[in-house]
Design a binder for this molecule. Structure first.
Ligand code: SAM
Ligand code: TMP
Length: 416
């Protein structure tokens, strides 16, 4: 059994799925860890890497060309708590209910979730009394999940973890991962682990930001250290078949700016729904993974940088106050790529206590509690958490009513 390997900065970019050559199409420059919110004393020790994306000419997988060691990102103090959004809380409760009503109907079903975080999905499973296990390497959020009655293994999922779980708990009916699989470069170890743990008719279900939405919306801020892969139905289908698995269903999801939920089963165990062939055909018709399409996406990204930087400079010159809303991991890419620091944005507000009273990664914009926003509204608010726009704009109606304006940069820079 082999442990995960790491691709280093000096190694040539080889596809993490099929080892063919990866062609780089977008360089977002020197970037910090997207979730490393700093105490002022830590500024001098900040970690940086080169954030660049490429596409594999053989299996079409879009991926980062440089890899950040996993322990630097996922640890005791990982600050992202999934339950910070009420829309996502409902999304995962309904996902759990769907599993309970379909795949988890046998006498003693078992579900394993990779990256269960604070238990946002498994809470519903646990409340229903169904056997489950969350595998979560980040100790702080794993502890929150445990405090909610969820069974958690504080570990990285990989082949050795999977075989240990299989020995202790038996085969899984469902293995689920939301916004986690795309975070994991060592896919060979993961899929061998899935093979070891999944029951004969089990399903491996995962949902992640969809390359089709990223290209369509120019949502380049989905690209950061933690998002290693950018999946399509075609690349997932090719990846699955290399590991004795088969893509048997896809479903587009509106959350997080556009995702796809992929369902994999053992090859030949289930028949694929028509949605799989339909999405692959749509991707082929769009030439989604072709280099010219991705190079044109890269040009659109550069235009956003120019436009956003120009807008913020103009507002500053006019003496307007500008704040930002949502200290998202995504915003590290935006601020560091577009050159946005405390000279252009006064603060970022966020509901997450672990991010507050810190400085944003790389750009060093102060992060303050969300209540600061309504205490004295700025003239403009840059919505970094644009994927939660509806929820936030509903909650902050007073901002618009007082004459405030939201700045969006996806799909183009615009003010509403
Ligand atoms: N599933 C939650 C959601 O959708 O909101 C959490 C997503 S969070 C962006 C990614 C999670 O994956 C983190 O909690 C991280 O600790 C976890 N993670 C990273 N690598 C992992 C691995 N190899 N196995 C299991 N979880 C992992
Ligand atoms: P995400 O886009 O990765 O889910 O991160 C969203 C960030 O925005 C997270 O740090 C929590 C924060 N947030 C708020 O501050 N207020 C809100 O109403 C919501 C939904 C999120």
């Amino acid at each position: 059994m082999s442990e995960p390997t790491h691709q280093t900065a000096s190694a040539p970019a080889k596809c993490r799925i099929c080892e063919s050559e990866v062609s780089e199409f977008l360089d977002l420059g020197r970037q910090p860890l997207s979730d490393a919110f700093l105490k002022p004393a830590d500024i001098d020790n900040e970690f940086f890497y080169r954030l660049a994306v490429g596409v594999c000419g053989t299996c079409t997988m879009v991926q980062l060309v440089e890899e950040v060691p996993r322990e630097k990102m996922f640890h005791e103090d990982y600050p992202y708590h999934s339950s910070g959004s009420s829309v996502m809380t409902e999304h995962f409760a309904s996902t759990a209910r769907e599993f309970l009503e379909s795949e988890l109907k046998s006498a003693d079903p078992f579900v394993v979730e990779l990256g269960c975080n604070d238990g946002i999905m498994l809470k519903t499973v646990s409340d229903a009394g169904v056997r489950h296990l969350g595998v979560e390497p980040s100790g702080g959020v794993a502890e929150v999940a445990r405090s909610r009655g969820i069974r958690v293994r504080n570990d990285f999922f990989e082949e050795s973890t999977a075989t240990a779980i299989r020995s202790a708990d038996g085969p899984a009916d469902v293995i689920y991962a939301a916004n986690t699989l795309c975070h994991i470069p060592y896919m060979d170890s993961i899929l061998r682990g899935v093979d070891a743990l999944l029951g004969p008719d089990g399903v491996f279900v995962f949902e992640d930001p969809y390359l089709g939405d990223i290209v369509e919306k120019t949502s380049f801020d989905q690209i950061y250290d933690e998002h290693y892969f950018f999946f399509t139905a075609r690349s997932v289908s090719e990846m699955a078949s290399r590991f004795g698995l088969e893509l048997v269903d896809v479903r587009r999801l509106p959350v997080h700016g556009g995702e796809v939920r992929y369902t994999l089963a053992r090859a030949g165990a289930r028949s694929a729904t028509p949605a799989v062939a339909a999405l692959v055909a749509e991707e082929n018709a769009r030439s989604l993974s072709a280099l010219p399409t991705l190079e044109s996406f890269a040009s659109n990204v550069a235009r956003i940088r120019t436009d956003l930087n120009a807008l913020l400079r103009r507002l500053r010159a006019e003496g307007r106050s500008v704040a930002a809303y949502g200290a998202t991991a995504k915003s590290a890419t935006v601020t560091n790529y577009c050159g946005i620091g405390p000279d252009l944005v006064d603060y970022v507000c966020d509901t997450t206590p672990a991010k507050q009273d810190r400085l944003s990664p790389g750009a060093h914009i102060p992060v303050v509690p969300a209540e600061e926003f309504s205490r004295a509204y700025p003239d403009y608010a840059l919505l970094f958490a644009w994927n939660h726009a509806e929820e936030i704009m509903r909650k902050e109606q007073g901002f618009k009513e007082s004459g405030g304006k939201w700045i969006f940069y996806v799909p183009t820079v615009h003010v509403v």
